[in-house]
Design a protein around this ligand. Structure first.
Ligand code: FEO
Length: 396
């Protein structure tokens, strides 16, 4: 049965939610599910903005058909060609053979790669600033390359002042019968997932996000309609400010994330003692994580949120413990920068993790390594505890 939501009198959400999927991109745990948003504008001409993931295709097609109410579909506007949004394009072409497809040159390149179709005159190629009138609704197109794919664009409806923003301003999480941000406790229940979504999926492309934020500054925006999560109709500046901070790699709050790896508990013991010392000295937001038990996407999200990080790690194969190495590699890949970082290494006969971690951190931008690097030989002893206390002071 169809399940749709009105965004305005003439714009309807025709997407769907998925609470069964365990891993988004077969990579990121999504215990709160995810939504795939698609929007249908009913005017003299009808226009669908993006399709949906194949997992919800039956729901999606039922929603589109119901909303069209017997009318034809004139346009499909493709803001993003990742399969969680483009999977239904082939079937949509079969169902609505008169439909024209609006995208940029890169969009059509990708459509041909994903689908064995010859679009011919169905393809309407747009570039920065081009406009499309649906009757009352006047749409214009803004390119957003590498946020986070090269073909990404945003569509602005000047009539209703809605920005269809592709993945930007999206979040993990399935709506609870709601569609607008202010129908949910976003800051309390969604923000962590929004940060985890941004930091892991778009995080590498901070400069490109900054470029788009600048471009959109001149637009009068009443609503932001992303491809995942609720539609923003209030408190929009608050969420744009989050994006601004995240894309500048600026911490939201002062705080110290202690990420440790520990094979037998000795490095964990040092991490706990450090956390206790920091709290006693007045530190706020001290967060301790075992990297072997915490999904790396959560660790990344916490590093985006807080200003300081301590890495505590045993030596393994004369280098960095594997789970910690994955975390550090991910930080590098996502361009994390501008953080104050402490290092604790452990090694029974030849501690080597600290040197390797330092080299990794020095290859990243604007990372301040806090001295001393604490060296533990097997288990914390009075000399290494003294080093740990010195590190605690440096981290404040
Ligand atoms: Fe939600 Fe980049 O796809």
């Amino acid at each position: 049965m169809y399940y749709t939501k009105k965004i305005t009198d003439s714009v309807t959400w025709v997407g769907g939610v998925d609470r069964r999927l365990a891993l988004f991109e077969n990579l990121f745990p999504i215990e709160n599910g995810v939504s795939y948003n698609s929007y249908l504008i009913m005017d003299d001409k009808t226009a669908l903005l993006d399709t949906a993931d194949s997992a919800i295709s039956l729901q999606f097609f039922e929603n589109v058909e119901h909303t069209l109410d017997g009318r034809s579909l004139d346009y499909l506007i493709v803001n993003h060609m990742e399969p969680d949004h483009c999977a239904c394009i082939g079937e949509l072409i079969r169902r609505y053979p008169e439909m024209k497809i609006v995208g940029n040159a890169q969009t059509f390149k990708f459509i041909k790669q994903f689908f064995d179709v010859e679009l011919g005159e169905k393809a309407v190629t747009v570039k920065e600033g081009d406009k499309l009138s649906l009757g009352t609704h006047e749409l214009s197109f803004y390119m957003a390359p590498m946020v986070h794919w090269p073909e990404v664009m945003a569509t602005y409806d000047a009539t209703e002042k809605i920005l269809f923003s592709a993945d930007a301003f999206g979040t993990f999480g399935a709506m609870n019968g709601t569609i607008f941000n202010d129908e949910e406790d976003f800051e309390g229940e969604w923000l962590d997932d929004a940060r985890r979504y941004y930091s892991n999926i778009v995080g590498k492309y901070g400069p490109q996000v900054q470029a788009v934020l600048k471009k959109l500054k001149g637009l009068d925006i009443a609503m932001i309609a992303p491809l995942h999560g609720p539609v923003w109709r209030s408190n929009i500046d608050w969420f744009i400010d989050k994006y601004d901070k995240w894309s500048r790699y600026e911490a939201e709050e002062q705080g110290i994330v202690i990420a440790y790896a520990s094979m037998y508990g000795d490095t964990a013991n040092a991490a706990d003692i450090l956390a206790g010392e920091l709290v006693e000295q007045g530190a706020k937001n001290v967060k301790v994580y075992d990297v072997s038990k915490t999904h790396v996407s959560k660790l990344i999200s916490e590093v985006f949120k807080y200003s300081n990080l301590v890495i505590a790690c045993p030596t393994y194969n004369n280098g960095i413990y594997p789970a910690m190495h994955e975390f550090i590699n991910d930080m590098k890949a996502l361009g994390i920068q501008g953080r104050k970082v402490g290092i604790i290494e452990n090694g029974t006969w030849a501690p080597a993790a600290g040197k390797a971690i330092r080299a990794e951190l020095e290859s990243m931008k604007n990372i301040e390594i806090v001295e001393p690097v604490v060296t533990i030989r097997s288990a914390l002893q009075s000399d290494s505890r003294t080093q740990l206390e010195a590190l605690a002071k440096g981290m404040l």
